[in-house]
Design a protein around this ligand. Structure first.
Ligand code: CTP
Length: 408
């Protein structure tokens, strides 16, 4: 990614202190950052901090250096505007085109991608006024990252927390790489499953697999950057939540099935990247299974788990819903992939070659994307994010036209 001109808008919420970390990440990766705090934001973090961290004066006032026309220039010259935190008030002003300070003027003059990272109390986030403002901004192509769930100011917890600055930075980095015209998943709800299920034998043991969840997380993060609303059903992963995705944590195949089917009800796309156990122990021992000297261990009887991908494919929640599966194969990759695509009934199958250190837990992946329409796209060994974007490219061309009102 080349160095870019980034405007960091900061509005008046306690999470303003976390924007310092976001600023540091931009500066350290060579971007030229102009910080535009609102007057309220300066109550939380002062001008000196922004100036010191960005190496430039913070732009706070429309009436300073008027000959430079800052209310127009800053927005015009930006490659990316990110507002973090974005308060309910700032979102309302941005949605309705108010321009009573430098940041709101900048938002009106910017023609580059705009990312909002809201942070507020749950009640304010869930209020229909805020939700309608967010929907309006998204319809216009802005990326509004869903807030995280967790501790809020004071004793409250709930949805409304500013996502981890590293994850906001990751979204911005992807948006900078892909540009403004690529919000091709805006208004879409996508469901991604990731990780590997664990099927318990007793309170301390399980049958599991080696999936790290990295490919599924890359799919979730890239979908956020392309404007989608993302539900990530994560099975036993140790990765940070991608900013903007609703993360539902599950353990077993049965829990994953329930979470995926529920999220799929209003989804445009379901991507099954999780490694779901095909079998689970027929019996769960409520106490730890003990070894007994001189006694052979009892064999473990297994029963089949439901095939979630086949089920989602066969019982689409609505016409036009797209379903993507993954296949991990060790040999005869294409033949097995085609057979599996037909068997599962999905629209696309991402076929990975695994084994000998390939794919599992690695940073790169090579794959073939097989379409039910006979298409075949080969992706050479590339970072998991690149493969994820290639999958979304294939999805986007197959999606039915979006409803201009933003719903289906
Ligand atoms: N999958 C699923 N439910 C299962 C097993 C797998 O939804 N119980 C999904 C995975 O998420 C993946 C796809 O099915 O998208 C392929 O899984 P894979 O294990 O490769 O396929 P299998 O049907 O198990 O085929 P095989 O036994 O040949 O490996």
């Amino acid at each position: 990614m080349n160095a870019s001109r980034v405007v960091l808008g900061v509005s008046g919420g306690i999470a303003a202190y976390k924007a310092c970390e976001l600023l540091r990440r931009f500066s350290e990766s060579g971007h030229e950052v102009t910080v535009v705090p609102t007057a309220a934001a300066l109550h939380f973090v002062g001008e000196a901090t922004w100036a010191a961290l960005s190496g430039r004066p913070a732009a706070t006032e429309t009436w300073e250096r008027v000959h430079e026309v800052p209310h127009v220039r800053i927005g015009q010259q930006a490659d990316l505007v990110v507002v973090a935190p974005a308060t309910a008030d700032l979102l309302a002003k941005a949605a309705h085109g108010l321009a009573d300070d430098l940041l709101t003027n900048t938002l009106l003059t910017a023609r580059c991608p705009v990312v909002f990272a809201p942070a507020m109390h749950t009640e304010m986030w869930e209020h229909p006024a805020t939700q309608e403002n967010v929907a309006m901004l998204r319809r216009r192509g802005a990326i509004v990252i869903e807030p995280a769930v967790g501790r809020l100011t004071g004793v409250d917890t709930g949805k409304g927390r500013l996502p981890d600055p590293g994850e906001i930075f990751a979204v911005c980095r992807r948006v900078l790489v892909r540009g403004a015209l690529e919000q091709d998943l805006a208004g879409r709800h996508v469901v991604v499953s990731a990780g590997g299920t664990r099927e318990p034998l007793d309170p301390v043991r399980f049958l599991g697999n080696r999936s790290s969840g990295k490919q599924g997380y890359a799919l979730a993060a890239t979908a956020v950057a392309r404007g989608a609303r993302v539900t990530l059903v994560a099975a036993n992963t140790a990765l940070p939540d991608p900013a903007g995705a609703d993360v539902v944590r599950v353990g077993t195949a049965m829990q994953l099935r329930e979470a995926v089917l529920k999220a799929a009800e209003d989804a445009d796309v379901v991507v099954m990247a999780a490694a779901v156990a095909d079998f689970r122990p027929a019996e769960y021992a409520t106490g730890k299974i003990k070894k007994v000297d001189g006694v052979e261990p009892a064999p473990v009887a297994l029963v089949r788990n439901p095939d979630v991908l086949a089920e989602v494919s066969a019982e689409r929640a609505h016409d036009g819903q797209l379903v993507v599966g993954f296949a991990a194969e060790t040999d005869d990759v294409l033949a097995h992939g085609r057979a599996k695509l037909a068997r599962k009934g999905c629209d696309l199958l991402v076929v990975n070659e695994v084994g000998d250190g390939k794919a599992f837990g690695q940073e790169t992946n090579s794959a073939v994307l097989l379409g039910a329409d006979g298409s075949e796209v080969h992706i050479a060994d590339s970072p998991k994010e690149v493969l994820a974007d290639a999958v979304w490219d294939q999805v986007v061309v197959r999606l039915p036209a979006a409803d201009p009102e933003g719903g289906r």
